[in-house]
Design a protein around this ligand. Structure first.
Ligand code: GUN
Length: 292
């Protein structure tokens, strides 16, 4: 039997609809319209595409967006100065600095400059630190990890007691998703390029989150029959048979794994749409925090 395909587009559309409704209600009640500032440094084409999708989603939900573009050679002071202005701007409830930043910039220092009350990416060390500590709550949870968990929970609403395996340990996905799974009382294994016998570790997973950035890495033989597989990878590979000459694939070999897994997210149309939906939810939350 082939796996259930988890429709990230549909789940994301529901989240966005709920956010749009809450935005309309708060504006009708005389409260501030949520506002998101995006900061893009340099001319990475993929980053431009991501930021314009985020701003388009804002427009659809009645969230104000303020776009800032700085040249690739912008100084650390310039970027941090812009962040300080946005911290002080009452129209802005969320600040998103698109990553990666050009290599001459100190990314950690830029992220630390963002007010934790406007940290809609959830990457500020205080928010990440709170996520990692029992009994403490971050103000915001990173979007892709949060969206990955929502998709897993469409199949297994209570992750408590599950064996969860996270493949990858990045700051943006692997580490925070592992922390979220621990908070959901799953038993969590983080594995990576130095893990011994990766396939046998991955095969323990009731829930597998693949976030390594290697096209089609996870094979059918690596997956426990019936497992829930969340594929965070977005990799462009050459394909002469495709009209564009290339296409997007995940970190999971979809054709093989769908024959073994119980449920699987496609690429595109799985985790990707959830990232933006969760960002919209976080921006609404930023506005709600500013009411208090
Ligand atoms: N680059 C890749 N993913 C993300 C993300 O979730 N947020 C930001 N700011 N940059 C990214």
């Amino acid at each position: 039997m082939t796996a259930q395909i988890i429709d990230g587009k549909a789940v994301a559309a529901n989240v966005r609809a709920e956010v749009g409704k809450a935005v309309a209600e708060r504006v009708a009640a005389g409260k501030s319209r949520p506002g998101l500032a995006t900061v893009l440094v340099g001319d990475d084409p993929a980053s431009h595409v991501y930021v314009s999708s985020k701003r388009k989603a804002c427009a659809e939900l009645g969230i104000e967006s303020f776009g800032f573009e700085l040249p690739a050679d912008a100084t650390q002071d310039k970027v941090e100065g812009l962040v300080s202005e946005l911290n002080a701007d009452p129209r802005v409830h969320g600040i998103l600095v698109q990553l990666p930043l050009p290599s001459h910039l100190d990314e950690e220092k830029v992220l630390r400059a963002i007010s934790i009350e406007k940290d809609v990416d959830g990457f500020h060390p205080i928010n990440i630190g709170r996520l990692a500590q029992k009994g403490r709550d971050p103000l915001f949870v990173p979007c892709t990890p949060a969206g990955s968990l929502v998709l897993a929970q469409t199949v297994i609403p209570k992750l408590e007691g599950c064996n969860a395996v996270v493949l990858g340990r990045s700051n943006i996905v692997g580490m925070p998703v592992a922390l979220l799974l621990v908070r959901a009382n799953a038993t969590v294994t983080i594995c990576h390029s130095r893990t011994k016998d990766l396939p046998s570790v991955v095969r323990q997973a009731d829930v597998l989150i693949a976030a390594v950035g290697r096209p089609n890495m996870v094979k059918g033989s690596w997956v426990k029959p019936g497992a829930v597989v969340i594929d965070v990878g977005i990799n462009r590979i050459e394909d002469p048979t495709h009209p564009k000459g290339s296409r997007l694939v995940g970190d999971v070999d979809f054709e093989e794994v769908k024959e073994v897994a119980g449920a699987i997210t496609p690429v595109p149309g799985g985790v990707g749409p959830m990232t933006i939906a969760m960002l919209m939810q976080n921006t609404l939350r930023g506005a709600e925090l500013s009411d208090k």
